[in-house]
Design a protein around this ligand. Sequence first.
Ligand code: SF4
Ligand code: SF4
Length: 345
Amino acid sequence: MVGSKVTVVICQAQGRNPVKRQMEEDILTALIAEPGVDVSLVPHLYDMPHDHTGTLFLKSVPGNLVVLGWLYERATRWTLDRAGVRGHEGSSLIVSERDDDEDIDEEDRHEPRGIGTVEVPDRTIYCLDLRVRNDAIDYITEIKRIVDENSVQTVDLMSFINGSPKQEQLQRYLQPERQLEARRALDSGSTALADKEALPEDTRRRWYPVIDYTRCTNCMECIDFCLFGVYGVDALDRILVEEQDNCKKGCPACSRVCPENAIIFPQHKTPAIAGADGDVGGIKIDLTKLFGGDDGTSALDMAVKERDQELILDGREAVGMSVGIASRTHDEFDDLMDDLDALDF
Ligand code: SF4
Ligand code: SF4
């Protein structure tokens, strides 16, 4: 069967925040009745391992995709990329506020110079941040606009899924009405009555870096800096996050030493580290957001301190500046600091 559908996937918030859950349910309810849309709920995107049925479901979607989550759009996009869910970047009218200085002239912004991603299929993925607007109707309206924009024909999801993963495995994601009913039963305290087979499978909270390949230049500074075996290289000698769960919970150290600000920790409280869309390396300058040190501590000092803390917690020796610090990184940070001093903010 062939149709012109867009698949919308709502990634649930962590925890049980009632306001967030209501927003998810309002969007889900409205879209179930919407022609041209297949809608489903999965757990929080960042927390799903690669073999989770929610991830397999996302990977099974053949056509254009809208992914809504409680993360910056950039964090959602690159978390999807790492899971092998790729497509061209769709542009949405709902965007997070830019995390940079609006006064910077356009001519001072530079094009991303990263190595880019690989094996991008011919389809579009739209990532929407559910924290930007307070009203579900804004998202519903935007999704309808996206559906109108996507008049190309795509294979119907139900008939596409065969082979691996099995349709039985993904059944819970193909019946949004059942998902909604089960969630409501759970929220009203009827745990015993909730149809658990209809709910997304559980996840636990995770913490790991996500690489933005439009920025990453493959300089390998992160792999030299991290002493916990998180990074590796693929068959094309491109940097990748190989052992995600080796990363130390709460520590964002390597994001502070990446010269391109290409490393995202989606759950970090600092917007620049969590994936807020901004620019770096030359002109993007916001000390508190980029370097994170409210007390004026440099990013490099903070990163070294954070790494030492984790080494000690692991029963290892602190190494300070003696391991994995590229002199270029140090010099560039010093130059940047000098440039900043010369500017009048
Ligand atoms: S330090 Fe940044 S730019 Fe360099 S390889 Fe790692 S992620 Fe890419
Ligand atoms: S935050 Fe620390 S442990 Fe995690 S990848 Fe970066 S340097 Fe390694």
